[in-house]
Design a protein. Structure first.
Length: 426
């Protein structure tokens, strides 16, 4: 369903009226396209404190830079935070519409509470700036010790692909070696997308195929026609089965005798009702699809070696699992469970199998499901974020593709919200 308010605010009368009434004025977001895959204008690089990183200069920025990269890894005390203000205060207003601000921070030092306090302060600063910067611009914080490990992350955050990702704190670990084609980074790799026939899953499948992957579209038998149609268009294949079946993992492994490189857990359902009115079946059906099936199939595909070394697991959480939502105790529990899975499994999967485990947590995304939400609730969902609008399925897909990228091996155990920096749950 079209966002008529967003369209209206883009007209001269709309801008005048909303300004006079003090109503939100969301900007049309700049997203990736084949015609304009990158922003015009350079990236302005700034430093606060004595940098802990060694890096070549970025492209020089124009008067209205498309992005600003602030290296604050050397900030170790309150005085250093003054340099953050001094660096960004003069330039924030000049960042182009739909531009990017990325702050580089260091891991918190448990032996130095002054450094830990100053670096933690960067989170509050980043999230606050994201909520005030406006004009479709985003602000994110990346914690790292080695800039080379963050190449794919910075390329993503400083590009149109990250249009609906703002206010996030992403930790990047040690570099992981990977060979890939820059134009088709997933070439030669096989990706499985559960719940891939429609909606967000279809957008993920399309984006992974765009990046060169051979995509297997998995969905329930009732969606077989849509799955086969999409898979045929993408040059992939369809696999229809009930993901909650006890043997689902085994059947997936048998269907992929040559192995799997990217596993996308996207299948999910909602059965909303307040707890006092929720029968056990509505509870268990949501937990079985959204969480239990993810646990079972992941275990099988790792234990059988179907998911190859250098592989990627990306699961779908939700801001409902992070902040909670009335009428969704079952859904919120299932999506919070996905977060627990990621945080627990990530270090072990990387150490034992060479596989990273991350999650995306969508906010209000424009799909057929949200189009059926009552008008006032739908409008609240759209406006209650820093960008003042709902996201698109492609926003979740682009974030998933970044986490699935061969060069993203240093990103592990992260839960990245794709919510336009929702005003709920920070």
């Amino acid at each position: 369903m079209a966002d008529r308010y967003l369209s209206f605010t883009g007209t001269a009368p709309g801008r005048f009226l909303t300004r006079r009434l003090g109503l939100p004025q969301p900007a049309v977001l700049r997203r990736w396209s084949r015609e304009t895959p990158e922003f015009e204008g350079g990236v302005l690089r700034l430093t606060a404190g004595k940098s802990q990183l060694t890096a070549p200069d970025l492209d020089p920025a124009a008067d209205s830079p498309a992005g600003v990269l602030l290296d604050a890894t050397g900030v170790r005390d309150v005085e250093g935070l003054a340099e953050v203000h001094a660096a960004l205060h003069p330039v924030v207003r000049s960042v182009a519409a739909s531009g990017r601000v990325v702050v580089l921070g260091a891991p918190l030092d448990p032996a130095d509470h002054h450094q830990a306090a100053a670096q933690q302060a960067l989170e509050g600063f980043t999230r606050s700036l994201g909520k005030e910067i406006g004009r479709g611009r985003t602000v994110n914080l990346v914690r790292l010790t080695d800039l080379s490990a963050a190449e794919s992350t910075l390329r993503f955050l400083l590009s149109p692909r990250s249009a609906y990702v703002s206010g996030q704190v992403i930790e990047v670990g040690q570099p992981q070696e990977a060979d890939f084609d820059r134009d088709l980074p997933l070439a030669g790799r096989t990706a499985l997308v559960t719940g891939g026939a429609r909606g967000i899953g279809a957008a993920v499948a399309e984006t992974l195929a765009r990046d060169g992957a051979r995509v297997v579209v998995l969905d329930v038998p009732g969606a077989s026609a849509d799955a086969e149609r999409l898979a045929g268009r993408l040059g992939g294949s369809a696999l229809t089965l009930d993901i909650t079946a006890p043997d689902a993992g085994t059947r997936i492994a048998e269907a992929l005798p040559d192995g799997l490189d990217v596993l996308i857990h996207n299948a999910g359902v909602t059965r909303d009702r307040r707890l006092v009115n929720m029968p056990a079946e509505r509870w268990s059906s949501v937990l079985d699809v959204n969480l239990a099936s993810v646990l079972r199939t992941t275990d099988v595909l790792l234990d059988t070696g179907t998911l190859r070394r250098g592989g990627r697991i990306v699961a779908t959480a939700s801001i409902a699992g992070l902040a909670g939502n009335a009428g969704q105790t079952n859904y919120g529990a299932s999506k919070a469970g996905v977060v627990g899975l990621v945080r627990s499994l990530a270090p072990r999967a990387l150490a034992e199998h060479g596989v990273t485990v991350n999650a995306v947590a969508p906010g209000f995304i424009e799909t057929r499901m949200t189009a059926a939400v009552p008008l006032f609730i739908r409008e609240a969902g759209r406006r209650m974020n820093s960008l003042g609008q709902g996201g698109l399925p492609v926003d979740v897909a682009e974030t998933t593709a970044w986490l699935a990228h061969p060069a993203s091996g240093a990103v592990n155990g992260q839960v990245v919200r794709v919510c336009g920096q929702s005003l709920l749950g920070a």
